[in-house]
Design a protein around this ligand. Sequence first.
Ligand SMILES: [Ca+2]
Ligand SMILES: [Ca+2]
Length: 260
Amino acid sequence: MAPVEIDGNAITGATIDGTDVQEITVDGDVVFSAAPDGAFAPSGTLLANYPMNEGSGTSVADNTNNEPTFSVSGANWVNNSNFVGGTALDFDGSNDEMDFNGTFSFNNFGQFTDEFSIMFTVDFDSVATDQNILASGPNSTNSTYDRLGFGIGPSDPGELVIIAEGLSGSNTVIGSHSITTGLHRVGFRLDMGSSASVIVDKSVSTTTGNDPRRSPIGGTYVGSKDGVFYFDGTIDNIVAYDGVISQTVIDEDYDAQPWT
Ligand SMILES: [Ca+2]
Ligand SMILES: [Ca+2]
């Protein structure tokens, strides 16, 4: 085997601090990679990462191997260099969704923590009302709140909201940020039972103190609320972080996207 060299100098007994090294190859073989294929390594702790690089078929997998696989129905794969791996899923606003076939374990109080953040690359075709990017629930065991939703709500076009839906079907907006059509990095950070804020690109909404209670366990869906409120646009690179992410992580997450 050829000696390992950096800038022509052989390395013997050296230690490389991996902080800024993304990948090392020796004789063409990858011997070190800082992040799974298609992912990146921001300072936040990843709970899940769906780079959505499958490019065909009906499955979308988590490459951290923490969480199960989504089943895709209706949405179509598209190719565009704006997206991680050059691929994303287009939802046409009618009967297209990704069904998680269960609940995120990080959204199931106690398994990881009751604090998490989640980010999506979204190219909005429309910012009309009633479009779910993410929905979780129903939760038959929660006495107050039944579902958690993220997307354009029922009342305010052009507003990206987190909604806690009551057992009666009433909606409580627990975070809101204005949004326009086109390409954005969007998501939210949530301390269940305490605080929530909506993230658009590098901008964070005012943190609200409303109480979404505990996890709305049950089904998890991307692109609809389990068969209603279908999303119209393209979604890519879903990343979930442990905890309420800082502005530093928000900036890193944004800057890591191919289109930024
Ligand atoms: Ca992708
Ligand atoms: Ca459709």
